[in-house]
Design a protein around this ligand. Structure first.
Ligand code: TMP
Ligand code: ASP
Length: 235
């Protein structure tokens, strides 16, 4: 499968049209940004690591009945995917309080939530991805109430699959962000699932093993990403 034209260059990936009109190639870059591009940098081999992690997770989720855009891992940095009409909603699922939940509502970091909290954000960098509810999403024409409910339901199912899967690998899944898209009348999970889009804490020590090491200048960023990759791929 060949890269034909560059359709889009995002902060962490390039998206290429593939030979087949229904398919695209996601090329994972080493570039890292945080706080909506205010902080920029690069994480050595992040593209290779995230492609490996995301590919493994898409296969696992697919085997468990979650429809995803994943077709195959082509090479170290490239993933072949079904072409999506992206839904401009970022769905964040939280099991433990961290990040913006702590800042916005005053939870103590590490508070275990009584049930997972699912949040919707508008995918719009110019507006800083504002938090929104179903009424905003429908009023903005991003989808129907049924579709938004389906995204939340899929996020909850994915969470229920990911939490024990990571726990077996001694990783606590604190929270994560998902993106979805439409393909031939079906809603599929898109984008990636990786230490860029999830918070992982070591189950025993609580050490942060995700992009927070970059966001918060904690050091050891590359080591954290490769440790997650090792645990994800070893089983
Ligand atoms: P937050 O606590 O900053 O709102 O982030 C919640 C989760 O979503 C966390 O796992 C990181 C992920 N995330 C992204 O993947 N992209 C983003 O742009 C943001 C803000 C968060
Ligand atoms: N992905 C976002 C950015 O590039 C925010 C983040 O992950 O913290 O700015």
């Amino acid at each position: 499968m060949n890269k034909i034209t560059l359709l889009h260059e995002g902060k962490a990936k390039k998206v290429w049209q593939a030979d087949d009109a229904d398919l695209i190639i996601q090329e994972f870059k080493d570039d890292a940004t945080a706080f909506n591009n205010k902080k920029k940098g690069s994480i050595a081999d992040k593209g290779v690591t995230n492609n490996a992690i995301a590919s493994r997770l898409f296969v696992m989720l697919g085997e468990n009945g979650i429809p995803t855009h994943f077709v195959s891992k082509l090479n170290d940095r490239d993933m072949l995917c079904k072409k999506l009409d992206i839904v401009l909603i970022e769905v964040v699922t939280r099991n433990v309080a961290a990040g913006s939940l702590v800042r916005r509502y005053g939870f103590a970091e590490g508070t275990v939530l009584p049930k997972p909290i699912v949040e919707l954000y508008l995918k719009n960098d110019d507006l800083d991805d504002p938090l929104m509810n179903e009424d905003h999403a429908v009023a903005l024409g991003l989808g129907t109430y049924e579709e938004v409910a389906q995204l939340k339901e899929m996020a909850e199912k994915i969470n229920a699959l990911l939490v024990p899967w990571f726990a077996e690998r001694h990783l606590r899944l604190v929270d994560f962000k998902l993106e979805f898209g439409r393909h031939k009348g079906e809603i599929l999970l898109g984008d990636e699932i990786s230490p860029d889009t999830c918070r992982f804490w070591d189950a025993e020590s609580g050490e942060k093993l995700d992009k927070d090491r970059f966001r918060l200048d904690l050091g050891g960023v590359e080591d954290a990403y490769s440790e997650v990759k090792r645990r994800v791929l070893e089983q």
